[in-house]
Design a protein around this ligand. Structure first.
Ligand SMILES: C[S@@+](CC[C@H](N)C(=O)[O-])C[C@H]1O[C@@H](n2cnc3c(N)ncnc32)[C@H](O)[C@@H]1O
Length: 427
């Protein structure tokens, strides 16, 4: 055994932390000798604690509570964004060999981790948590306590699958949630944007010297009647038109309407089906619209996520297949979903993102696709892959090894660093 250790030390010194063999580094080394770029750099605590944070993508292997407690000094108030995709409490049994089964136990597991997530965020930081139907209400209340209800941003609804399978008595749940909180909402002044979907782009059918625009009727049938939104508007032939008396209103009060008209943002379009009325009650020959210009391809984000933009579980499976040759991990999120969420808000090069439950490292992959100048820290415990699982059959002993392999494969050009957080390591 000693001879083997000596040989290993000579040929693969990076697989040791002190005298201990680092099993993930060793596994990685054995499976990827053909690609020297993917050789992991393992480092001791001292270097990481005092050294610069020069690796753009880091994987910390171990229990996230332990790691986050021990790294508090280094990471407190450093992160622009923390993402959490924990094992869900399915009501049957905790997933991933975990025995906790009650929601109280699940909350007790999550609560200290959430508090650390809060401490890790910068004042202008954001927190996102994926969660399913079973625990949503409980997690929302816990987050309200820790982040403050006043810092709640929204809950995104993600359609993870179509309603397939056998017909059951009750509706099939095909969606999950992503809770979003700001560390401090008042630190955010720039509006969030989302890219347009193909179908929303189709609405920008008109164009003038200022660019493409879509039309929105100034009169809205569903608006409640308000006197300030029921003024007459003079149309190009000099007659006056009104919204119908019985229902609806103009979208703007008069001063705003005049402002938009001066900016040339109002158009009068001939129509023989106009809901508007002339003074004598007859239908008006035109309808009135506001122009909404396409601004740098961005639209107002909605909490209801568009499956065409963000993908479903099957998109995540396809990604794993293209990275590893098969779908190795059941709980992966599609990178399209994460890219969409993390592109809604403004970031700057060098901003740090944390994934507390990395799984297959989809967040690091997504962030690199979003902007190669952003940095990530992913934490994943070395949870063993069960012997007959596809991951085990593909040669991965544990989920952290799989996460590391994905980081190396999808981010080959950037320096990545991984560190094994051994429990016995001295501070
Ligand atoms: C829902 S999965 C995350 C999936 C991931 N977002 C992805 O797209 O691949 C949760 C992960 O958290 C890991 N995990 C569970 N408890 C942990 C802990 N205490 N510390 C670190 N990782 C943990 C599990 O092993 C699992 O890989």
């Amino acid at each position: 055994m000693d001879a083997l250790r000596k040989i290993l030390l000579q040929y693969a010194p990076e697989c040791f932390i002190g005298d201990e063999i680092d099993p993930i580094a060793l596994q990685h080394r054995l499976s990827s000798t053909e690609n020297p770029n993917t050789t992991p750099i393992t480092t001791g605590r001292l270097l990481l604690e005092h050294g610069p944070l020069e690796a753009k993508h880091q994987l910390l292997v171990g229990d996230n509570l332990e790691i986050m407690r021990s790294e508090r000094k280094r990471f407190e108030k450093r992160f622009k964004c923390v993402y959490m995709d924990p094992p869900y409490n399915t009501g049957k049994q905790f997933l991933y060999n975990d025995q906790r089964s009650s929601i109280q136990e699940w909350l007790a597991f999550i609560s200290p981790r959430l508090q650390l997530a809060h401490q890790y965020l910068r004042q202008d930081g954001l927190f996102f948590a994926s969660i399913d139907d079973h625990a949503y209400a409980h997690l929302k209340l816990l987050c309200d306590q820790i982040f403050g209800n006043e810092n709640y941003v929204t809950t995104f609804i993600w359609r993870r699958s179509g309603a397939g399978g056998l017909r059951k008595i009750f509706p099939v749940t095909t969606h999950e949630y992503i809770l979003c909180y700001a560390k401090q909402k008042s630190c955010h002044s720039k509006p969030w944007h989302a890219p347009h979907s193909e179908s929303s782009l189709n609405a920008f059918r008109w164009e003038d010297e200022r660019g493409k625009y879509k039309r929105q009727a100034l009169y809205h049938r569903t608006l409640a009647y308000r006197e300030a939104q029921h003024y007459p508007i003079t149309i190009p032939d000099g007659r006056k038109v009104y919204p119908p008396k019985e229902q609806g209103a103009w979208r703007y009060i008069k001063s705003r309407f005049l402002e938009e008209k001066n900016k040339n943002n109002i158009c009068f379009i001939p129509s023989n089906r106009s809901p508007l009325r002339l003074e004598d009650g007859r239908p008006a020959p035109i309808n009135i619209y506001t122009k909404q210009y396409l601004i740098a391809g961005q639209s107002n984000p909605s909490s209801l996520l568009n499956p065409a933009l963000v993908g479903q579980t099957r998109a995540a499976k396809a990604e794993l297949k293209s990275i590893f040759g098969s779908d190795l991990f059941q709980y992966a999120k599609p990178t399209k979903l994460l890219i969409h969420l993390f592109s809604l808000f403004p970031t700057e090069d060098g901003d740090l993102f944390l994934d507390m439950f990395a799984g297959s490292a989809s967040m690091a992959d997504a962030i690199h696709q979003l902007n190669p100048l952003l940095h990530t820290v992913s934490i994943q415990k070395p949870e063993l892959c069960s012997p007959k699982s596809p991951a085990h059959e593909a040669g991965f002993m544990n989920i952290a090894a799989l996460a590391w392999e994905r980081i190396c494969k999808t981010i080959p050009s950037t320096k990545a660093r991984y560190r094994w957080q051994a429990k016995t390591e001295k501070k």
